[in-house]
Design a protein around this ligand. Structure first.
Ligand code: PLP
Length: 395
């Protein structure tokens, strides 16, 4: 545990004065090397038999990745962390590590589409079944979806794209009572707004592709958990499968972390102003943002998050075509599938990311045709509201 506070760790964690002097660099070094020279035959033998810690091979660890991992562990209040090539690789590695053929995952149904597909179509190929928690705001629904074969609980809060917010303390209590590890996808909050491990969760994962890198420059992911758990994944599944992060992406994430809490504050301030503006707009049917009192889990959001992050969704009056027109008339918000970037991003999930699901499954997933997912960036909030107003008035 570091004696320093969050913003100091975000800038200096994992790369202190001693390391700066050793490398003679102020910025963390980018060690773009796949292999590392060994000191002696004895040293190499000790390294490979885990008597000492060090860098054996780039698929297992790397000095730049190591700094990123140490910084993430400190920021999340966890013992250790493992950086991965993407957020999906992080989710997969935890599931692969904890759940064997014939065993089961219990997951909130309100998860990112990639996670839903991983659990629903890829995990069954390894003999792993997922029981979906259909009403994840109700603890009885979690109880019902747990079986004697459940080896992992998974929750995403807030969820992408529906913005479901979990009552984490209640789910953590249940996980502890049943003795099942709980993985929390903390992508939308980042440790700047929520620290599930400090609340009692066992594992946190991130798509660091989003707020942590901060400007859509690098696919990246992270797992934070107890050191024994992280070491075990590193030296088994991670080493065997190879979902390692590139050192350059870790380095970009380290730069991103330096401004994380400043950015999360501005993202949250901009999103709150925009959500309030949209709630009153005559062309808008509904707005979903955890910071609004109208959000169904606003109380859970207030209890678990220190601010409400950048992501919201809103429904445009007039259906699919009207919504498409709004997207085409936005001139500041970038139309793409992303969130958590310094640039504002908007997308119509029913016509893009969730198109393949078909109308019935989209309805089940809570993705209506007239929904826009919007991630407020760091631009001026008045410019963003004017951009939205112009686009909505073009309908
Ligand atoms: C909440 C959440 N978790 C995980 C992922 C997967 O991350 P990646 O795209 O880095 O693999 C995403 C991607 O959008 C996400 O939004």
């Amino acid at each position: 545990m570091s004696k320093h506070k969050f913003d100091t760790i975000a800038v200096k964690g994992g790369f202190g004065w001693d390391e700066q002097l050793r490398y003679r660099t102020m910025a963390p070094p980018l060690i773009q090397s796949a292999v590392f020279p060994y000191e002696s035959a004895e040293w190499a033998a000790d390294l490979y038999s885990y008597k000492i810690e060090g860098f054996a091979y780039g698929r297992i660890n790397n000095p730049t990745n190591d700094i990123f991992e140490k910084r993430m562990a400190l920021l999340e209040g966890g013992e250790a962390s493992l950086a991965t090539s993407s957020g999906m690789a992080a989710v997969f590695m935890v599931a692969h590590h904890l759940v064997e053929a014939g065993e089961e995952i219990t997951s909130s149904v309100r998860v990112y589409g990639g996670t839903q597909q991983l659990f629903e179509t890829s995990c069954p190929r390894m003999g792993i079944k997922t029981n979906w928690v259909l009403e994840p705001d109700k603890i009885e629904s979690w109880e019902k979806a747990i079986t004697p074969k459940t080896k992992l609980l998974h929750v995403e809060s807030p969820s992408n794209p529906n913005l479901f917010v979990a009552d984490l303390p209640a789910i953590i209590e249940l996980a502890k009572k049943r003795g099942i590890p709980l993985m929390v996808d903390n992508t939308i909050c980042t440790p700047a707004l929520m620290r599930p491990i400090e609340m009692g969760a066992d594992i946190v994962i991130h798509s660091a592709t989003k707020y942590i890198s901060g400007n859509a420059t690098s696919l990246s992911g992270v797992i934070v958990a107890k050191k024994e758990f992280i070491d075990h994944i590193r030296h088994t599944g991670y080493r065997n499968i190879g979902p390692s992060i590139s050192p350059f992406n870790s380095w970009l994430c380290l730069l991103g972390l330096e401004s994380l809490s400043l950015r999360m504050k501005k993202h949250s301030d901009n999103a709150m102003a925009i959500a309030k503006f949209l709630e009153k707009h005559p062309k808008i049917e509904a707005v979903s943002y955890p910071g609004l009192p109208s959000h169904p889990q606003h109380e859970a959001a207030k209890k678990t998050m220190s601010a409400f992050s950048s992501m919201m969704s809103f429904n445009v009056k007039g259906g699919l075509d009207a919504t498409r027109k709004v997207i085409d008339n936005l001139s500041i918000a970038v139309h793409t599938t992303h969130l958590g970037s310094s640039q504002t991003v908007a997308i119509q999930p029913a016509a893009t990311t969730h198109f393949q699901l078909g109308p019935e499954d989209r309805a089940k997933a809570g993705v209506p045709d007239n929904m826009i997912r919007y991630s407020a960036g760091l631009e001026d909030e008045n410019d963003l509201m004017e951009d939205l107003d112009n686009a909505l008035n073009a309908v």
